[in-house]
Design a protein. Sequence first.
Length: 437
Amino acid sequence: MLTAFTQAFRTPDLRKKLLFTLGVIVLYRVGTHVPIPGVDYRAVQDCVAQASGNQGLFGLVNLFSGGALLQITIFALGILPYITASIILQLLTVVIPRLEALKKEGQAGTAKITQYTRYLTVALAILQGTGLVATARSGALFSGCTVASSIVPDRSVFTTIVMVVTMTAGTALVMWLGELITDRGIGNGMSILMFVSIAATFPSALWAIKKQGTLAGGWIEFGAVIAVGLAMVGLVVFVEQAQRRIPVQYAKRMVGRRAYGGTSTYIPLKVNQAGVIPVIFASSLLYVPALVAQFSSGTSGWKTWIEQNLVKGDHPVYISLYFVLIVFFAFFYVSISFNPDEVADNMKQYGGFVPGIRAGRPTAQYLSYVLTRITWPGALYLGVIALVPTIALAGFGATNNFPFGGTSILIIVGVGLETVRQIESRLQQRHYEGFLR
C-alpha cells in the first residue's frame, strides 16, 4: 500500500489528484469544527465533556459525522443523509419499474438516479436537521448534562429556520466535496469522506480508553485494545478479499468471417456480498424503539422494558436482536442486489455457460444455490465482527461507539482497500506498455 502511494506521488498527474483530495479533506475537517448560528458553544463543550464518550442514541450519526453532530457544527449531519438516500434509491430500484429502467439505460440512467439521490439527500437533511435542533432545544441530545437545556438560548422560529438551513447547506456542501473528489481527485469521494469521518474519532476514543485504564497508567489496556483492533483488521481484510469464483465459458460463434467468443472467465461472488449495509440497517432499526422511549413521557411498562433491554449495548437481549437483524439484512440485501435470473439471462444471450450446468434456468438455480451457501458465513462473520468489541472489550470501558466496532472496521478496511485498488489501476494504466515491446 505504501509503495502504491509512493509511486503515485512520483507521477505528476496522480500527485495533483492526491493533493487535491487532501485539500478537500482538510476543508471538510475544518467545517466539522465551525458551530452553526444560534448555539451556545461553551454549553456544548461542557456537555461533550460531561458525556465522557457515551453518546447514547446518537452514536451512529456522530460516528459518520466525524464527531461533528455532538458539536452541532455546520457539518453536523455529515455524509449520513447521502448514505441513507443512496440506500433508499437502491432499494426502490427493485420495487419501482421506472428506476429499474433507468438503471438499465447505462450512464444516462445512472446520472438521472444520481440526481434523484441528491434531491432526496437535501430532503433528508432538512428532516434530520429539524430533528437535531428540536432534540438540542429539549436537552435530550445530552442526557444528564446540567446545561443541556441552554444549548440553544434563542428558541424563536427564525433562529430555528436559520439553524436547519445552515445544516442542510452543510450537507449539500459535503455532498459536493465528495463529488469533487470523485471527478477531480482519486475517485470514490463519498467513501473517502466517510473514511475520514470515522478515522477522525479514533485518537480521542483510544486516548479515553487509556485514561480510564488502571494497569500501568492505562497503557496495558491501550496496548490490548490496539492488538485486538489489529487482529480484527486482519480478519476483515482476509474475509473481504475472499470470493467464490464461478467459471464461465463462452462458446465460439461466427459473425461474418470473424470468430467471437471461445474465452474463459468467472463470476466473482464475494463472501461478504452485502458489505457494511446490514450493520447500518440493524443499528438504525435498534435505535428506533429507544428513540421513541426517550421522547415519550410517563413510566409505562413498555418504556421501562425498552430502557432496560434495548438501550445498553451489552445487554443480552440487545446483543441477540442485533445479531439476528444483521443476519436477516445480509440475506435481504444480497437478494435485492444480485439477481441470479438476470445474470443467467445475460450469459445465455452472449453464449456463456457454466461448465456442467445447462444455460438458462438451471444456471440461475445454481447461482442462487451457491450465493445462499456463501452468504451464511458472510452474515455470521458480520454479526461476530459487530459484537466482538461489545463483548470482549467491555472490561476496558468500551462503549457502543468504540472505535474498533464492526461498522468502523468494515468501512475503514473496505474504503482503504478500494482506494489502493484505484491507485494501483491508475498506475498500471500509465505504465502499461502493451504491444510496444
